[in-house]
Ligand binder design. Structure first.
Ligand code: ATP
Ligand code: MP5
Length: 272
């Protein structure tokens, strides 16, 4: 493969701020070629998800195989996976084609509360996909659901949760602290040996639609360029912080972030 490539397996967001659209924009901005396998079409905007339909797992399989058997990729990044059949398909093909790195963003629900992964899909994600993951990026509500525990409210609680999540098999857990709502925006990394905190100033911004997708695809893009997971995470944190700092006031609700902000502002727009 002459250039770094990422395959995003995710849902389409008609408003362009999250899902496949966020992933393509992020990869493009970071100098990485993005291929896609679409799992669902959502009709959504800045106020919420109006309706959506998942694609048949066989069509998702065909998309992934079309890409992996021809172009090949350095990294698979997953977002909305809809159900157990699609999760199983991704895990099987990642194994068959020996994909070097997998970034799993366990998209379970939209910010507005629409479920985007079935309960059975969540179980199969834990059983089949997490053991293959290089990086796993749950947010606090997703962590609470996966561990069947109340949502973490402190960094100490996040540390205990990260240890439990790591036992599910991913090499690096990054527990995102965007939902802590106070103090710095801290994402806690744990690789089974040590903790590392990605810190940025908490920005008082309304337009944060798709921040989780954007962060995970920036990690995937940096891995595709050859970065180690923790270095990829640091760069992705700077990228998403810049994107949030320049959030775009589109629509009546929670608008998208600016995927081009990091290129314009560089490290100054990000964190340290
Ligand atoms: N107000 C904020 N200021 C700075 N960084 C933030 C803010 N909100 C979220 N982040 C950062 O954005 C990234 C995504 O985190 P978050 O916890 O919001 O994920 P998420 O819930 O999956 O995202 P989404 O809003 O797309 O569902 C993390 O790096 C987080 O720290
Ligand atoms: C297709 C798709 N994938 C992921 C999200 C999560 O993003 P958010 O939590 O910002 O709504 C979404 N809304 N839509």
């Amino acid at each position: 493969m002459p250039i770094p490539t990422v395959l995003s397996v995710a849902g389409s967001d008609s408003s362009g701020g999250a899902g496949i659209q966020a992933d393509i924009k992020t990869c493009q901005e970071l100098g990485v070629y993005a291929a896609t396998a679409i799992t669902a079409i959502t009709a959504q905007n800045t106020t919420g998800v109006q309706s959506w339909q998942g694609l048949d797992a066989s069509l998702v399989r065909d998309q992934i195989e079309a890409v992996l058997s021809d172009i090949g990729v350095h990294v698979i990044k997953t977002g909305m996976l809809v159900n157990a059949d699609i999760v199983t398909t991704v895990a099987e093909l990642a194994n068959t084609y020996r994909v070097a790195n997998i970034v799993v963003d366990p998209v379970m629900a939209s910010t507005s509360g629409t479920a985007l992964l079935s309960a059975e899909g969540q179980q199969v994600l834990v059983q089949k996909l997490l053991p293959l993951a290089t990086v796993f990026t749950p947010n606090l509500p997703e962590t609470a659901m996966l561990l069947n525990k109340p949502e973490c409210k402190t960094v100490a609680e996040m540390k205990a949760a990260a240890v439990q999540l790591h036992k599910m098999g991913p090499k690096l857990v990054i527990l995102k602290g965007g939902h802590l709502r106070q103090g710095e925006a801290i994402d806690l990394c744990y690789d089974g040996q040590a903790f590392f905190e990605l810190k940025a100033k908490r920005l008082d911004r309304k337009h944060t639609h798709g921040t989780g997708c954007t962060f995970a695809s920036a990690i995937a893009a940096e891995l595709a360029k050859g970065a180690k997971p923790i270095e990829a995470a640091k760069k992705a944190k700077a990228y998403v912080t810049a994107a949030i700092s320049e959030g775009i006031p589109l629509g009546a609700g929670i608008g998208p972030t600016d995927h081009a902000a990091y290129r314009r502002l560089g490290q100054e727009g990000g964190c340290n």
